[in-house]
Design a protein. Structure first.
Length: 697
């Protein structure tokens, strides 16, 4: 069977495809406009290594921006069918396996990376037996089993997805170490077979790389297993679910809200996702009854929505009753009536508005911050050029009809200005030396070596204790050490900020540079993330005194995942500190260079007039031409800036959560014609070289 390539055809204004396509187009146009702006800066000597690095970071963000949607539920809630209905109905059949019972045996990510082959990568479950986090294994290709996907053949795609369901039988001891069996848990539904073997998933994690239109535009879909797998795979609770842009928590109308549903919501969603949370009440077709009227059925659905809202403590407007199975069938069979009754379009509307709006807002804020900094530095340099040319014209015009002694006095005054400026530059050099020491201190505090020392110490404290107290002590040691690092980094940042603030004021007061105030930087976001991990560890380790082998293994795995997450925090902090150090120095660096250049030109102009090697009128004419050129540069600069600002200022769609329920329902009804529903030292040296001002003799 040959699969026709999917295309994003013109659809209703609330289509998820349309929203994602619109967002991708906005990113593309913004990237092109921003690229023209930064290229022009390079061509006109208005950039430097620091600005170029920030521009490259923004371009990479615009090119590689992704939106992740995590589907979380206990098994048999219809997650896989919901994913098929929302995203893959265009293939004409089920792509993700969907049947009675458990179908998602391991966390599965669906995405597209053009640099990778079309395949499913599967990480063997045995990797859990090693103290290595998922993050570390993710990019080690040799650890993964790969199954090729032939996108032109729908049967090939469907068959490849079946691998995610594979299981295997292992011994009781291995199942315990893997975290799938606890001999002390008498209420567990997991029991050995007659051969003392236990069935476990064959794979720990799956990554699907497939060129679907939505995935090509940056959408990442995350299908998670039930509570047992979530609790035993810290990567899900520490990284994947908390960092998803939207989380869809799926319940089943025929099951209600069970104890395990509440545990998942309380422990893994409500505390980490205050926004971007949608609850899906699936399988409402189980409430359809030919012996009841539509009004009675609607009343029953409304009653269930109210009950779920009260149980979970969220507004009823964030709960979407749907039938994923009927929605998929309706799309495949092109049945408008069934599509309306499935209510799948309301969920698509909420997801498209909520997810895409939020992602566009985050991207816009990131680009705005970088663009404002780059624009400010370049604009100050251009203004300095114009001011310098005007001042030179004023000086040379004042020499008309004057004798050589007057010209000599002016040359002496300019030399005095240059001497004063050179003295300031010596202070600036001294400040740079101090700043470099602070930078080295900050980099050492968030270095990989520093973290390794903390982890090694924590592991030693944990030792081989079978008591949770020993494990908690080790975890507390790690968290406390990390918090201390960021407290010290914050102190170093304060000192650098004070140094730069004093230097900004000095050069502004003594030499007329337009510097404003230095860029502010805070470590608050890293400290907040560390505190979130600390809260997770307190919950995970609990108050038990003696723990089972199974729990001990899970806790050790949790510790390694925490350590891996902290490594990511250190990496981010190191990059952000480097970016800030460049950004805080860029304004003064750029204007210092420009001021040096203009001092040299002023002195050269007066010397040429004094030596009679050039006529005064000729030099004035030359400066007039330079002024015209600078004015043209300013005009073009403003035009290119306006193009970027216009795209950044484009009105974004209202988030679904901010739309009144009645208005949201009316919008869906109108659009779908349905009834109204419910670094290390080497990097420090590189940075110093990039920031260096070339002092002229």
């Amino acid at each position: 069977m040959q699969m026709e390539s999917r295309s994003v055809s013109p659809v209703s204004p609330v289509s998820l495809d349309a929203r994602v396509l619109e967002y991708a187009g906005w990113r593309k146009h913004l990237g092109e406009s921003f690229g023209r702006f930064t290229n022009w800066l390079d061509e006109n000597q208005l950039s430097d290594p620091s600005l170029s690095a920030r521009a490259a970071d923004i371009q990479a963000r615009l090119r590689n921006s992704r939106m992740s949607v995590a589907f979380v539920a206990e098994f048999s809630r219809g997650k896989s069918e919901l994913i098929n209905a929302l995203f893959f109905a265009g293939y004409g059949k089920r792509i993700l396996p969907s049947s009675a019972g458990r179908t998602t045996m391991c966390p599965t990510e669906l995405m597209y990376d053009a640099t990778q082959t079309n395949c499913i990568r599967l990480l063997p479950i045995e990797s859990r037996l090693r103290d290595v986090s998922m993050t570390e294994l993710r990019n080690t290709l040799s650890e993964w089993h790969e199954i090729a996907i032939h996108v032109e053949d729908v049967e090939s795609v469907s068959a490849a997805f079946e691998a995610v369901r594979e299981t295997k039988k292992v011994s009781i001891e291995e199942a315990t170490l893997l975290g799938f069996y606890d001999p002390e848990d008498k209420g567990s539904g997991v029991m050995p077979d007659q051969h003392e073997r236990i069935e476990v998933p064959r794979w720990r994690h799956a990554i699907v790389n497939i060129p679907d239109p939505l995935l090509e535009r940056g959408l990442v879909i995350i299908d998670t297993p039930g509570l047992n797998a979530i609790g035993n795979e810290p990567e899900l609770t520490l990284n994947i679910i908390p960092n998803a842009d939207a989380v869809l928590f799926v319940l089943a109308a025929d099951a209600g809200v069970t104890r395990t549903d509440i545990d998942i919501w309380r422990d893994h969603i409500s505390k980490t996702h205050q926004s971007g949370r949608l609850v899906v009440l699936n399988k409402i077709d189980g409430l359809w009854d030919e012996l009841r009227s539509e009004a009675e059925i609607d009343h029953e659905i409304l009653s269930q929505v109210g009950s779920v809202a009260e149980t979970l403590g969220i507004p009823a407007e964030r709960i979407y009753p749907v039938s994923a199975q009927k929605g998929l069938v309706a799309k495949v069979q092109n049945d408008p009536a069934m599509l309306i009754r499935s209510r799948i379009k309301q969920l698509e509307f909420a997801l498209s508005e909520d997810l895409v709006y939020r992602q566009q807002q985050v991207t816009r804020e990131h680009v705005e911050r970088g663009f404002d900094d780059i624009h400010g530095v370049a604009h100050s340099v251009l203004q300095s050029r114009r001011r310098s040319v005007v001042e030179q014209l004023f000086e040379l015009n004042s020499l008309r009809g004057k004798n050589s002694s007057v010209v000599s006095m002016m040359a002496a005054r300019i030399r005095q200005e240059r001497g004063d400026f050179d003295k300031s530059l010596k202070h600036f050099q001294a400040m740079r030396t101090v700043m470099t020491r602070h930078a080295e201190q900050m980099y050492s505090m968030v270095s990989l070596d520093q973290l390794k020392r903390h982890v090694r110490k924590a592991r030693e404290e944990m030792g081989s204790s079978n008591f949770s107290l020993g494990l908690r002590d080790g975890m507390d040691s790690l968290i406390t050490s990390v918090q201390g690092d960021f407290n010290r980094v914050s102190s170093e940042i304060d000192q650098v900020s004070s140094l730069m603030n004093a230097m900004y004021k000095t050069f502004s007061a003594e030499h007329g540079l337009s510097l404003g105030v230095p860029l502010v930087f805070s470590t608050r976001r890293y400290s907040d993330e560390v505190e979130r991990l600390a809260e997770k560890s307190r919950t995970q380790f609990g108050a038990l005194t003696l723990i089972t082998t199974e729990k001990f293994v899970v806790m050790r795995r949790f510790f390694e995942s925490i350590a891996s997450r902290i490594r990511h925090i250190y990496d981010s902090a190191s990059r952000d500190i480097e970016t800030w150090l460049r950004a805080v120095a860029s304004p003064i660096e750029g204007q210092v260079r420009e001021y040096q250049t203009q001092l040299r030109r002023r002195l050269e102009s007066v010397r040429r007039v004094l030596d009679a090697s050039d006529s005064l009128e000729g030099r004035i004419t030359e400066l007039d031409e330079q002024r015209t050129e600078v004015e043209q540069q300013l005009a073009l600069f403003e035009d290119l800036s306006h193009q970027v600002i216009s795209l950044l200022s484009e009105p974004m769609h209202m988030a679904a959560s901010s739309i009144p329920p009645a208005a949201a329902a009316a919008a869906v009804a109108a659009a779908t014609s349905m009834p109204m529903p419910m670094p290390e030292p080497a990097r420090v040296r590189d940075l110093v070289e990039e920031l260096g001002v070339v002092l002229e003799p």
